[in-house]
Design a protein around this ligand. Structure first.
Ligand code: NAP
Length: 331
């Protein structure tokens, strides 16, 4: 019965994806364009810090670039009273962008790409890269400690504060694999890993006077999700790549709602996001042939770019009007 129900949900999901791709296609051919997040004025991100996971490519890289550019623009508007610019003041005003990447070589290449689009060499010291494998609790613990140390250093030994946590990294429809801790890979890396990371960083998010924000990347696929509470690792033949992906993304939506209920809205808000149908490596790395084929054949026409895909994340992180909302799902 439950497998029949899942097949029905999966069919509805593919129809939703088809509808969304058709809408993207129509926007492209009619030149209608795509909605963009309104980024804050220069100076709005004074002394802020952001952690972005999976920032070495795709939606995460574009999100990191946007934050880096915001930090870079800040420095242009901070004159001293005599008209000169204080280097000390400048250092404090930059946005600290911390990238969490599984592969440091790919992370370093992304860092160089981000530097290339900020153009201000002094700003580059405020980009930080640390290793993070969300499929390993040990790695998550080490990353959280490094984030804490980095933020303490940039705060001159003062209490570290984090203003934005973007849980972006994810895998989709992989072969049946286990994390280092023996969990089903997609449930582990897409949901339990970000869950642990968030809780390890929660005190830093609560530490500031301003509201901090957590953005969790979910997916339209959560619509086909069923929580197998008696078999979360989908063992004993229950595993299919889509079932595991959809479950991990449904867990992300449910957790975001629950976390929002537990956190005072004036301290921390939480959002879950579907970034759209985005032309990234996510599909290329999936074992689902149909998804790979769709990306190859329809990607250029009916998928958005990674930069367009990052807009919903940026909207949830930076839109002032969302300060009074927490726990909702945005697409
Ligand atoms: N693209 C879409 O159409 C779409 C639709 C719905 C939702 N999403 C969601 O949006 C998010 C970003 O996806 P994307 O399209 O930008 O995918 P992508 O290009 O494949 O990027 C995924 C990122 O996550 C990282 N990652 C994967 N496993 C990791 C792990 N165990 N530890 C740390 N980092 C890990 C990857 O690092 P490596 O380079 O080391 O693999 C990469 O940086 C994902 O959560 C995805 O589920 C995407």
């Amino acid at each position: 019965m439950s497998s029949l129900y899942f097949n029905l949900l999966a069919t509805l999901l593919w129809l939703k994806i088809f509808t969304e791709s058709t809408a993207i296609f129509l926007r492209k051919v009619t030149g209608l364009g795509f909605p963009r997040a309104t980024l804050p004025e220069s100076g709005a991100l004074v002394s802020k810090s952001v952690v972005i996971t999976g920032a070495n490519r795709g939606v995460g890289l574009e999100t990191a670039k946007a934050f880096a550019r915001l930090g870079a623009t800040v420095m242009m508007i901070i004159p001293r009273t005599n008209g000169s610019i204080s280097p000390h003041l400048l250092l404090l005003l930059y946005t600290q962008v911390i990238l969490g990447c599984r592969d440091l070589t790919a992370g370093q290449a992304a860092l160089e790409e981000i530097k290339g689009c900020t153009e201000e060499p002094k700003y580059h010291r405020n980009l930080h890269l640390h290793r993070l494998d969300l499929a390993s609790f040990t790695s998550i613990g080490a990353f959280a400690r490094q984030v804490r140390q980095t933020l303490q250093q940039v705060n001159n030994g003062g209490p570290p504060q984090l203003h934005y946590l973007i849980n972006n990294a994810g895998v989709m429809m992989t072969a049946e694999e286990r994390t280092e801790d023996g969990l089903e890979l997609q449930f582990g890396a897409n949901y339990l890993g970000p869950f642990l990371l968030t809780h390890l960083l929660l005190d830093l998010l609560k530490a500031g006077h301003d509201q901090a924000r957590i953005v969790n990347l979910s997916s339209i696929s959560h619509n086909a999700g069923l929580m197998a509470f008696d078999n979360l690792n989908l063992v004993g033949g229950a595993y299919t790549p889509l079932k595991a992906y959809a479950q991990s993304k449904l867990a992300t939506v449910l957790w975001s709602r629950q976390l929002a209920k537990r956190l005072p809205i004036e301290q921390v808000t939480v959002y879950s996001v579907h970034p759209g149908i985005v032309q990234t490596e996510l599909y290329a790395r999936s074992v689902n042939r149909f998804a790979r084929l769709c990306r190859r054949l329809a990607g250029p026409l009916a998928f958005t770019t990674a930069e367009q895909g990052a807009q919903t994340t940026l909207y949830c992180a930076l839109e002032p009007a969302l300060a009074a909302e927490s726990g909702h799902y945005y697409k």
